[in-house]
Design a protein around this ligand. Sequence first.
Ligand SMILES: [Zn+2]
Length: 428
Amino acid sequence: MSSEVVSPDTNGIDISDLRVDGERLWQSLMDLAQIGATPKGGVCRLTLTDLDRQGRDLVVSWGKAAGLSVEIDQIGNVFMRRPGRNNALLPIVAGSHIDTQPTGGKFDGNFGVLSALEVMRTLNERGIETEAPVEMVFWTNEEGSRFVPVMMGSGVFAGIFPLEVAYAATDTEGKSVKDELFKIGYAGDVVPGDHPIGAYFEAHIEQGPILEDQDITIGVVQAVLGIRWYDCVVTGMESHAGPTPMAMRKDALQVATHIMQEVVNIAGQFAPHGRGTVGMVQVHPNSRNVVPGSVKFSIDFRNMTDADVDKMDAALKAYIAQIAEKTGLSITLQQVSHYPAAPFHPDCKEAVRRAAQKLGYSSMDIVSGAGHDAVYMSMLAPTGMIFIPCKDGISHNEIEYSAPEQVTAGANVLLHAMLEKAGVVSRS
Ligand SMILES: [Zn+2]
């Protein structure tokens, strides 16, 4: 593995010894986590709050100290650029988000942003000139816990929803995105999307247990799973739990439980990436001695391709038609939202895989069950993601943790993947 061939993208310049400064990266993660630090060791830095402003200010000050130029767009996405030799080329961009959940951790999002910063610092320190410019970015309101929709900054940037829709979103106190963004001083003047991207990489904690379970250092993310959400309503008839004989009931909950079980069965039929979840159930009238008259529940289906999600959808509808006919109860299934699967670009996946191999890290193909800003970037430019393990697969939790060596490995892979795409022209 160490007898390496110099990649043509490096013009014969040997960069095989190039590594990020893991201690510096770790220190920056810990420093940023001080802003909004919670007593339990997590971070609460909700988007567009004063704490978010402080976090942004700190990251921007680090970027400026690394000689990067700063550009802010109208939804508050912040790009920081390190020029290349040929600045007519589209930039190779890496980033993520620095907003957190109310009981969030130190790593979700922050790791992707600060590992991109560490790439910039390393290139400076080692005197590397790239052919294409390289950039880091942090996107506004990825988490969606204060304002919906989630992945707001990257969504506006990709033209998924208009700026005005994002501006009009309000939090539970009625404060709008627009007012809060201006208040923290991060409403820039660049039109979102007016910023071409050559390729996009996002390093992120896995937020699941697979890498840790398999003892693998790097996940080469193949895709973000497509998602479909439904509301299902089963309507029967309320009746007294005592006098009504079993054969004469129209028990909505009994029928609903069969459908709920089928949701799990269908996910199993579409292994390994099929997911089926019933997370919310409302029983009416929800009384101990009344046969339930109606049940409303949610269904969440996910899979790696939209075609597979379509097949799960068809299987569910066929089952519901069959059980409705058999029981005589009325069953409605309404799709409430969907997010298409986001397959990542072969070139970017291979750049991540090659980087892991060159560096001697174990790697495996993996999918992301959670959404990321990379989903929207994949609609605009070749995109790839790098996953690192997190302890017990836990995230969106104050105890979220990845070890320093895992964080360093992810940043090293990001460095080499970006250099492969940007090209190296000189090193001092
Ligand atoms: Zn995240």
